[in-house]
Design a protein. Structure first.
Lengths: 339, 365
């Protein structure tokens, strides 16, 4: 039975249910229980925003506070995964990936390939991303395109509490390394989530709403801002079909292409920087595969190619908002139809 | 106000419905209409259905326009005799609009949970009459399949709609038909229901018939709706497609096979089924039931009513694409048979008004 819980509670519940079901599931991270050096019994932290709270007491010995050394504990997680555990490592902010990138892209992502398909690496890295909390350029980035670029990694960017739970359960059960990206502005969002465990398969986009005029592909928090823009444009007689890919690797290109075949117009909304990002990737894919269906040039709605500003005014201007999204949709819908 | 003026209101189909969108008027203003005649088409989150006239007379006013979203209980139109003055109709509408308050969302009974040997069972109880009616959904269904029928059947009766094991909000484990039958028997014992009418749809009809034969004294009557078990054929595309589908794209055409009019399948209906199918245990439960009952497009279990001599009603949608309506010919000769034109495998959803009249009439005898 479904009831309303937050995005954050949905993640906590997915972890708890998988730890309950499978005793090889363990959690590593900074302050995921009591905080380094603290006894932990008080379950004082449960992660920097409390996402893992309560798990330390429920699963003794399986929620492990680590030193502030991402290269050590992410590397340990990769090794643990290759040797029989299912670790879920928490990288506090995705911005810290740089210090453990070798462990992720040149070790975990490659084991299956380097060992002739005989090794599996069922490891999840949960990490927080995104702008909006005045945390400046070192704690606000949307770095999922970098992981998406690396074959051997699966990359998940949930937009709703329902998807967060089902995709995290799938991530834990998956035999390959998965990067699971949680937008920090979504943690408090509520939605209907079944109490029972369930898994959402990777590579299946969610058609958030149907519409016949413009296909809008949006990722993570941008799904909700695109929905606001679409609601506004209903009044102007522009019907938007919003597609949330949910996983950027694998990417459900089929759903996007089918939609564009039907609308002939594409807008991609992405919080990541515009160069070599998901928006550019999806626009290129559609231009190549469905050029004949396009009635107007596809558009990307992204932040500018700059670090995330610390000034609140500039940060708000940096993140694509409903107005910028609506403007791009209007421009695409109004563009002259190609002969 | 004159008693001959009757409100044509937005119906409430199912617990979660709070409003509906008027898709089309099926009659013109000024048309003479009969009780039960379908007068408008309404789309809800869950399904599209026809609104039936609550009384006979002339449709004097079409208050709602096509495309309008009207809350449950809100005014769609006004039915009255031709002799009623226009001013009286105007006054009726004005008075209604002034006094109308949409009902709170939480109205109506909430599903309950009980525990039997197999695990937890979810059910809904509605009404409080002396006679009990137990509704058993089909393969892959749940208690919400009866959303158009609960109100009508619960008038003067206590209706239980149950999620069978492996389904809906019940335990996600089902080991063959026997496990379903055992759970239903335990459920009835637990609720203290000594004797009940059974209404079973498709696979649920197999369960109902098994219980009727085991304990004929406890079964007041048996209503079989597009039942499994009266012939060998079953649509393989439906059974296998339902089990295999993991995306909305795959599932929608499968669910459309349940109805004569595929347009009835809404996004929300597809979503609900997809969310159910993703729950841990459901895939195994469905595969186990399909493997036992419907392997390779053939039905393995016959519905045998020799041990039951109570009243039997068989209702079948004429355009059933899953189990052919011709199987009704194999029902025992004493059974009453009704074939509903314009309905597919789920006449209780697709021709709800007629279905409800047939069943309430049968139960009242």
């Amino acid at each position: 039975m479904a009831r309303r819980i937050t995005f954050q509670q949905a993640i906590n519940e997915a972890l708890a249910q998988e730890m309950e079901r499978d005793e090889t599931v363990v959690i590593f991270g900074e302050d995921v229980a009591g905080g380094m050096g603290a006894p932990g019994e008080d379950d004082a932290w449960g992660g920097v925003l409390g996402v893992t709270k309560g798990l330390y007491a429920k699963f003794p010995g399986r929620v492990i506070d680590t030193p502030i050394s991402e290269s050590a504990y992410v590397g340990a997680a990769a090794g643990a995964a290759a040797s029989g555990l299912r670790p879920v490592a928490e990288l506090m902010f995705v911005d810290f990936m740089g210090v453990c990138l070798d462990q992720i892209f040149n070790q975990a992502a490659k084991f299956r390939y380097m060992f002739g398909g005989k090794a599996v690496t069922p490891m999840v890295i949960r990490t927080m991303f995104g702008a909006g909390i005045r945390a400046a350029s070192q704690h606000s980035q949307a770095l999922y395109p970098i992981f998406t670029h690396i074959p051997g990694l699966k990359v998940v960017v949930p937009a709703t509490p329902y998807d967060a739970k089902g995709l995290l359960i799938q991530s834990i059960r998956d035999e390959d390394p998965v990067i699971f990206l949680e937008h920090k502005m979504l943690y408090a969002m509520e939605g209907d989530v079944p109490e029972e465990p369930y898994a959402i398969p990777f590579g299946e986009a969610e058609v958030v709403r149907e519409g016949s005029d413009v296909t809008v592909v949006a990722i993570g928090r941008m799904v909700h801002l695109a929905a606001q823009a679409a609601a506004e444009l209903d009044g102007a007689g522009i019907g938007c079909e919003i597609i949330d890919p949910r996983t950027t690797s694998p990417l459900d290109t089929e759903t996007i292409l089918e939609s564009v075949e039907h609308t002939g117009r594409l807008v991609v909304v992405d919080e990541a920087n515009p160069r070599c990002g998901m928006a550019a990737d999806i626009v290129a894919m559609v231009s190549q595969e469905a050029f004949g269906n396009l009635k107007a040039a596809p558009r990307m709605v992204t932040p500018p190619h700059t670090p995330v500003p610390f000034s609140p005014v500039l940060e708000d201007a940096y993140v694509p908002g409903p107005d910028a999204i609506a403007e791009a949709i209007r421009a695409t819908a109004g563009a002259a139809t190609r002969a | 106000m004159s008693a001959v003026i009757e409100k044509l209101g937005m119906p409430k189909w199912g617990l979660s419905m709070t409003e509906g969108r008027l898709l089309d008027w099926l009659v013109d203003g000024g048309d003479e209409i009969a009780v039960g005649q379908e007068v408008a088409e309404v789309e809800t989150e869950k399904i599209t259905g026809a609104v039936e006239a609550p009384g006979a007379g002339v449709l004097r006013r079409r208050v709602a326009a096509v495309g309008d979203v009207v809350p449950v209980g809100g005014l769609l139109g006004v039915i009255a005799g031709a002799e009623v003055a226009d001013a009286e109709i105007d006054a009726f509408v004005a008075e209604f609009e002034a006094a109308f308050v949409p009902e709170e969302e939480d109205a109506g009974p909430e599903p309950e949970i009980v525990t039997v040997g197999a695990g937890t069972l979810r059910f809904l109880r509605q009404g409080d009459g002396d006679e009990a009616v137990l509704l058993l959904h089909g393969f892959g269904g749940d208690l919400n399949n009866w959303l158009f029928n609960l109100d009508a059947l619960a008038e003067g009766r206590t209706v239980y709609a149950l999620d069978l094991p492996g389904h809906g909000g019940s335990v996600k484990r089902a080991e063959g038909l026997g496990s379903l039958t055992a759970a239903v028997r335990e459920f009835l014992d637990g609720q203290g229901v000594e004797r009940t009418h059974l209404v079973g749809h498709s696979m649920g009809a197999l369960v109902a018939a098994a219980i009727a034969c085991e304990s004929p004294d406890r079964v007041a009557s048996l209503t079989l709706v597009d039942p499994a078990g009266l012939g060998e054929e079953i649509d393989r595309d439906y059974v296998d497609g339902f089990v295999a589908a993991t995306s909305r794209k795959e599932l929608k055409p499968v669910l459309q096979r349940l109805f004569a009019d595929p347009e009835l399948v809404t996004r929300s209906m597809v979503d609900d089924v997809l969310k159910y199918k993703r729950l841990d245990g459901v895939d195994e439960a469905l595969r186990s039931l399909a493997g036992e009952l419907f392997p390779d497009g053939h039905q393995q279990r016959g519905l045998d009513l020799e041990a039951y001599d109570g009243p039997v009603l068989v209702i079948w949608g004429e355009q059933d694409q899953v189990i052919p309506a011709a199987h009704a010919d194999s029902a025992p000769p004493r059974a009453e048979k009704r074939i509903l034109a314009g309905a597919g495998h789920s006449p209780h959803l697709e021709s709800a008004g007629e279905f409800n009249r047939l069943v309430t009439g049968f139960l009242s005898r």
